[in-house]
Write a protein that binds this ligand. Sequence first.
Ligand SMILES: NC(=O)c1ccc[n+]([C@@H]2O[C@H](COP(=O)([O-])OP(=O)(O)OC[C@H]3O[C@@H](n4cnc5c(N)ncnc54)[C@H](OP(=O)(O)O)[C@@H]3O)[C@@H](O)[C@H]2O)c1
Length: 211
Amino acid sequence: MKIAIIGAAGETGTWLIEHALERGHDIIAIARSPEKIVSNESRVTKRRGDGFDRQSIIDGLEGADAVITSVGKKNLRDKRYYLNTATHENVLAGMRQHSIKRLVPISSIGAAKLPRKGIRRNIYLFLRRKYYGDMNDMETQVLDSDMDVTVVRAPFLHNSNARNAYETIEGNVLPNGRKVSRADLSNFVLDVIEKDMHMQKIVSIADPDSA
Ligand SMILES: NC(=O)c1ccc[n+]([C@@H]2O[C@H](COP(=O)([O-])OP(=O)(O)OC[C@H]3O[C@@H](n4cnc5c(N)ncnc54)[C@H](OP(=O)(O)O)[C@@H]3O)[C@@H](O)[C@H]2O)c1
């Protein structure tokens, strides 16, 4: 399969590329700065694409069989909290143009708009409320589209190796486990695409031993 990854220079993007290559896929790696994409494998085609720049996303998706989005912003001073809806509007346009049907966006458990335990956690969610509100809107936007969509909600991510001990749940947030490794997340996302799992669903992932 030829899988387009948007946010390919990011940390999860890097794990996704590595694992997708191991599984025999070809990659279209799309990033704002393609020179930051770590892999130099010949099966990785690097393209410049900014979620806010419609034409770059449309052009970037040409030739893909499926799309994964792993787009996020860490900088709280960046006021473009609408990153996810803007990006996915352009992704959906690109998918229609190139007749691509399968889309797996990586979202966040923050999009579930549930109160969480711990005052620090709730202050963090409050400060990022517009950003998570936009993610929630993005989930509706893609699920209401004409595409074959699975939204994967991630908890706090870290860079340990895969443990293959994660749990998933459809339509909710897992009660145990507030973290998962990017390695496990990327393996799960690739399973979802390869096996057509959780079609038209939101699915959350967490490692139960990481609470
Ligand atoms: N980190 C967490 O704990 C956490 C928790 C829950 C959910 N998530 C979600 O999981 C996914 C991966 O997270 P991560 O921490 O591994 O990500 P990351 O390393 O921060 O990578 C995110 C990528 O998004 C890219 N990006 C930002 N704005 C963009 C734009 N306008 N157009 C195109 N690309 C853009 C960034 O590109 P640049 O390299 O150019 O900045 C970056 O490479 C994201 O969807 C995130 O929202 C993360």
